[in-house]
Design a protein around this ligand. Structure first.
Ligand code: AMP
Length: 305
């Protein structure tokens, strides 16, 4: 099953109570690609970077199985840059800087070979670009999953609502679900958001796990693995989404039972992501590591061993 990924490929700077990074590689699609290719190899990327980007990282994505033909490199321009600062609890953060640079006028050209993907992951990007990407597909995918953030709710709510009408699954964090729905209760928020388009909704609650609301009113919860040290939560949401859709693409299913397993995979991968700064940890693990952590999750969630 082919899986098309779009999203930011970027430079980040991250401040945590335990230290700061300089400019490091980040971006939603970077995390998604690293996560999905641990589970599934038929992955194509549509994204844009400037000529200042770290091309060793692009080589790594390719080596891990991502087809990067759809990655545009803009001569004379700078890559997207995001600077975030985490609070002491590591569950909340402030965005200090967002420099769109190449993302400001990104035209998502989908290579011909990727115009009929089975699965689509619309990673965090301007909703207008997410819409254009869907318009450029020449066949309806089996499943479209979308991730977004409060930044786009603040500046492009109408476009965001237009994309929501065309996606099957939305992944969003709890604060953003409350902002989008105007409801504090996450159960009510899920009802309001599902009425906006996505039949299935995943609400991520950081260290408190993730809730899956299905198309027939089903609910499932997956905890986050209790970790001794959370070093840097950046990209955990993208990694989670990449694990979720990567698992579904590897099985070819889209039903609720498969989605339940998908969020366990997403949570297992996200638990690795937060153990080191940026993409470092995700870039160093193998599918054996994923299996090992999945086993830990199953123990965590099973009443009788
Ligand atoms: P997450 O921690 O999963 O929410 O994702 C963090 C990643 O999102 C960082 O690596 C950033 O580069 C990227 N990011 C932050 N703001 C934006 C934005 N407005 N559009 C696209 N990507 C963004």
């Amino acid at each position: 099953m082919s899986l098309l990924v779009i999203g930011s490929v970027a430079f980040d700077a991250i401040d945590t109570p335990f230290g700061s990074t300089g400019k490091i590689v980040g971006g939603a699609a970077s995390y998604i690609s690293l996560a999905t290719t641990l589970l599934h190899k038929q992955v194509g990327l549509v994204a844009v970077v400037g000529e200042d980007f770290d091309f060793d990282f692009v080589s790594l994505l390719k080596a891990r199985g991502t087809d990067t033909t759809g990655l545009q490199i803009k001569a004379g321009e700078k890559s997207f840059f995001w600077h975030g600062k985490y609070h002491m609890d590591m569950n909340s953060r402030d965005t200090l800087v967002t420099e769109l640079n190449v993302l400001g006028d990104f035209d998502p050209i989908v290579p011909e070979a990727w115009q009929q993907p089975d699965y689509v992951m619309l990673g965090n990007l301007s909703p207008q670009v997410q819409l254009t990407t869907l318009d450029r597909l020449t066949r309806k995918p089996k499943l479209v999953v979308m991730d977004t953030m409060n930044f786009w709710m603040d500046i492009a709510l109408d476009d965001l609502k237009a994309v929501l009408k065309r996606v099957d699954v939305l992944t969003i964090n709890d604060e953003e679900a409350r902002q989008l729905s105007g409801e504090y209760s996450l159960v009510k928020a899920a009802r309001v958001i599902r009425a906006m388009g996505p039949q299935t909704l995943i609400i991520k609650k950081g260290e408190h796990g993730a809730l899956l609301f299905g198309s027939e009113g089903q609910t499932f919860f997956c905890p986050a693995l209790p970790l001794e040290d959370v070093f840097d939560p950046t990209g955990a949401g993208d990694t989670f989404a990449g694990g979720f859709i990567g698992y579904l693409a590897s099985t070819g299913s889209t039903d609720f039972e498969a989605m339940k397993t998908g969020i366990v995979y997403g949570s297992a991968l996200a638990s690795y992501c937060v153990e080191q700064f940026g993409t470092t940890k995700l870039a160093s693990i193998t599918s054996e590591d994923v299996d090992a952590r999945l086993a830990q999750f199953r123990l965590l969630m099973t009443e009788k061993a």
